[in-house]
Design a protein around this ligand. Structure first.
Ligand SMILES: Cc1cc2nc3c(=O)[nH]c(=O)nc-3n(C[C@H](O)[C@H](O)[C@H](O)COP(=O)(O)O)c2cc1C
Ligand code: SF4
Length: 421
């Protein structure tokens, strides 16, 4: 593949999965790469599932674990309602994901790969099933598993717990780093997009990977753009691309009020902060991260408090409710946001309670689900400070009166509804 060009991961025909022969014609055969972990570290690839952990370092950690058996798990659960990137990737280049998984398995000493797709994603399940059936056997066992499709089911410990024949619940892990275990054997778990990048780096190397992107964060990333946009889109962008360019590609509201970045446990960025490059370092300077590659645009016809309340109510409902912060804290936050949204006599008290509740909840769950919600709510109160002031004074803002909502809760159905760039 030519250096410096895009698309990489989405090369091919959107929504028509490349057959194995087409895949090899596009990307070439995948030769064994004994130095893969070094190359991943040199490439600076970071995970695309949310936390941006260095992929090479994680693979090295699992390679160094003792054990006669290990597993690689490809996390294609894509539980974020505004995320469609993994579904589109598997609808376009499923064999690139499987290549990356096989290469990782060899690198860490695993013989088994499990691809996990949420049960309700019927189109994605078909694409993966077909790809597995037509793929030549290269000595690594490849298997599809379909856990229930709840938001927390994609959290790594919940996913491995389910694969290990238990409930789909996140596990409390006080000490890190933690080795996830399946049938007592070490597991390397990576996001579906991350694994597809591995499929490319295994072929073309770290220097090729860095021919797009910025020095601090080389490479490309998939971004799902939705909300107040004319064309909800999944884009493959070079890291370091101006966010304005990402918004323009989806024909976003030309003067948005704000965007939600990273996902429903992400960060609101106000209009004044949108002149930023889309990469880890630049977004960190504004207190945000790319997260799972999600951008939700909110225009002036919508109320930021109303959007935030809808998202928190959904997140509260999706939690596993096994810890206090999720069982009691998130519903209480959703309720306070509803009071603030309605702008009645309770609005001022609700606002004060919100700040208090966020402080109490933070860091107290078994997983990071409630922390994400707290971050999103705090940044909402700052980003939509004007709305908050109007609601507190008893007058819901124009957006709340209009009642226009843009954040997709619940999710859009399947990748067919997407427009590809
Ligand atoms: C509540 C919650 C839900 C998550 N859901 C997903 C998901 O659907 N897909 C995913 O790849 N990662 C999800 N993650 C992140 C995973 O736990 C894990 O960090 C990630 O899959 C690791 O892959 P990466 O290193 O390639 O990013 C979730 C995390 C949390 C806290
Ligand atoms: S913090 Fe919430 S989502 Fe995470 S394990 Fe506890 S109840 Fe479940």
């Amino acid at each position: 593949m030519r250096p410096g060009t895009l698309p990489r991961l989405l090369q091919g025909t959107p929504n028509r999965p490349a057959a194995y022969a087409e895949h090899v014609a596009t990307f070439g055969e995948l030769a064994p790469r004994p130095d893969l972990i070094d190359e991943l570290e040199r490439a600076g690839l970071t995970g695309r599932g949310g936390a941006a952990f260095p992929t090479g370092r994680k693979a090295r950690f699992i390679r160094d674990q003792r054990g006669h058996r290990k597993f690689v798990v490809v996390n294609a659960m894509e539980g974020e309602p505004a995320s469609h990137k993994d579904a589109l990737l598997l609808a376009t280049n499923p064999h690139l994901v499987l290549d990356g998984a096989e290469a990782l398995a060899r690198a860490v000493g695993a013989r088994d790969v499990v691809v996990a797709v949420a049960r309700d994603r019927t189109a994605t399940i078909q694409h993966v099933t077909r790809a597995l059936a037509e793929r030549p056997d290269r000595g690594i066992g490849l298997e599809l598993q379909t856990p229930p499709g709840r938001y927390v089911a994609g959290e790594e410990s919940a996913l491995v717990h389910w694969l290990d024949n238990h409930e789909s619940l996140p596990q409390y892990r006080p000490h890190r780093p933690v080795v996830l275990r399946l049938d007592k054997h070490p597991v390397l778990l990576d996001n579906c997009e991350t694994v597809a990048h591995v499929g490319l780096i295994a072929r073309y190397g770290a220097d090729w990977f860095a021919t797009v992107g910025v020095p601090g964060q080389p490479g490309s990333a998939l971004v799902s753009v939705s909300g107040a946009v004319e064309r909800p889109t999944v884009l493959e962008v070079a890291l370091g691309t101006p966010l304005a360019q990402v918004l323009a590609a989806a024909r976003a509201d030309p003067a948005p009020r704000a965007v939600l970045l990273g996902g429903y446990g992400g960060t609101w960025l106000p209009a004044r902060d949108l002149d930023v490059a889309y990469d880890l370092g630049s977004l960190a300077e504004r207190g945000a991260t790319p997260g799972a590659g999600i951008v939700v645009v909110v225009g002036h016809a919508s109320c930021g408090i109303r959007e935030t309340q809808r998202i928190v109510a959904w997140m509260a409902n999706e939690s596993a409710r096994q810890c206090g912060p999720c069982a009691f804290g998130l519903p209480a936050i959703a309720q306070d946001l509803a009071r603030l949204r309605d702008g009645g006599r309770d609005a001022l008290d609700a606002r004060r309670r919100l700040e208090q509740r966020c402080g109490v909840i933070e860091g107290r769950g078994a997983c990071r689900h409630p922390d994400g919600v707290v971050r999103m709510v705090r940044t909402a109160l700052a980003t939509f400070a004007d709305d908050v002031a109007e609601h507190e004074s008893g007058r819901p803002c124009a957006g709340a009166r209009a009642g226009t909502t843009v954040a997709s809760v619940p999710r859009l159905e399947h990748e067919r509804e997407l427009v590809w760039e």
